[in-house]
Design a protein around this ligand. Structure first.
Ligand SMILES: [Zn+2]
Ligand SMILES: [Zn+2]
Ligand SMILES: [Zn+2]
Ligand SMILES: [Zn+2]
Ligand SMILES: [Zn+2]
Ligand SMILES: [Zn+2]
Length: 355
């Protein structure tokens, strides 16, 4: 978007004189280059036969109001045509200041009609502004005025999310996400079973016993994860070995995931934690943190990709792909580059045995 200006002068003074009055000099028409013997027109320091003073564009006679540009003369409509000075919105000619947006020109007032409006304050957006994942456009300074939803990252505001609420652990959630938020333990266990059987069908076998799951607050997750906790951590898997004899090891896996999120968000966290379960039971070698977390995120990603592609699903995928953390994001990108076009069994045997 820019402001342009029509720099052309409009000449109003048109002198009609008679050559016979001009003594001692011959008057040459600037159009036909022949001598003028009767009436002539004087425009600046040029002379014309009255019927030779024509528009450079349409070649028709000019009225006494015309446009002058670079020693050429035009009807104002013809000038607009020549210069492309037509408003894209109302299709009428632009005679003074105009707005340029994406190489198209607009009257200032017409631009107001088509320019985007701020989703929050309803004023016209000019210059750079913010657009969220859901296409809401708003003045960037509103980002400091409203909290972001812990799930969808939209600004929690009346107009965008119909408000929202704060959880006692400090998270803010918008009312759109809150309407799908799950706290119920029974439903969370149901999601565990849903994701477990999906992963098994994808070729990642996870035992159905020996795994328990709890939905917890950030405060509780911080307590159980201890040193492992960071803002990237949405779940935690605690594995203990119950009995070991020479041939058999029995495991108990306790998964903790953040509660109060929509199902698909919980499922993506569960998929991540279930690969931790798989690694605990199957990998004897020591994996680096970025291989471990990158692989768990890769399974979370594969799970999301297998789901109906809603905006939230796309956003969760996008978040994994663009995660700036070297462990979670960098680790994920390395694993995906390695195994994107390979079978799941190759991926699992890499985790089990190395290259
Ligand atoms: Zn002439
Ligand atoms: Zn013309
Ligand atoms: Zn217009
Ligand atoms: Zn605004
Ligand atoms: Zn939300
Ligand atoms: Zn993890």
């Amino acid at each position: 978007m820019a402001i342009g200006s029509n720099y052309v002068r409009i000449l109003q003074l048109l002198l009609l004189l008679n050559a016979s009055i001009a003594f001692g000099q011959s008057i040459i028409c600037s159009s036909c280059n022949k001598e003028v013997e009767g009436d002539y027109l004087k425009i600046g320091n040029k002379y014309f036969h009255p019927d030779h003073f024509v528009c450079d564009y349409c070649k028709k006679l000019l009225p006494d109001r015309f446009m002058s540009d670079n020693s050429k003369y035009y009807h104002s409509e013809c000038y607009a045509e020549v210069k492309g000075l037509k408003c894209e919105y109302c299709k009428k000619i632009i005679a003074d200041e105009y707005m340029i947006s994406q190489n198209k020109k607009y009257h200032k007032r017409c631009y107001e009609q088509i320019s985007p409006k701020c989703r929050i304050c309803d004023k016209t957006l000019v210059g750079t502004f913010s657009v969220d994942y859901y296409g809401n456009k708003y003045h960037s300074y509103h980002e400091n005025e409203f909290p972001r939803c812990t799930c969808c990252h939209r600004l929690i505001s009346k107009s965008i999310t119909n408000g929202g609420r704060n959880y006692s652990d400090g998270r803010s959630i918008c009312n759109i996400c809150f309407s799908d938020a799950i706290f119920d333990q029974g439903r969370i266990s149901g999601l565990l079973e849903k994701v477990r059987s999906k992963l098994s069908s994808m070729g990642i076998p996870i035992p159905s016993s020996q795994i328990s799951i709890s939905g917890v607050s950030v405060t509780e997750l911080k307590r159980v994860a201890g040193d492992y906790f960071s803002d990237d951590v949405k779940g935690f898997c605690e594995t203990s070995i119950l009995t070991t004899n020479k041939n058999q090891t029995k495991y108990s896996h306790k998964i903790y995931i953040l509660n109060g999120l929509p199902a698909i968000n919980l499922e993506s966290i569960i998929a991540h934690e279930l690969l931790h379960v798989w690694i605990a039971q199957n990998t004897k070698r020591v994996l680096s943190k970025s291989v471990t977390e990158g692989s768990c995120n890769y399974v979370s990603y594969l799970y999301l990709v297998s789901q109906n592609s809603t905006l939230l699903v796309k956003q969760l995928i996008d978040k994994i792909e663009k995660d700036p953390s070297p462990v979670y994001g960098g680790g994920f990108r390395t694993i995906r580059n390695k195994f994107a076009n390979k079978s799941i069994s190759l991926f699992l045997s890499y985790l089990r045995n190395g290259e």
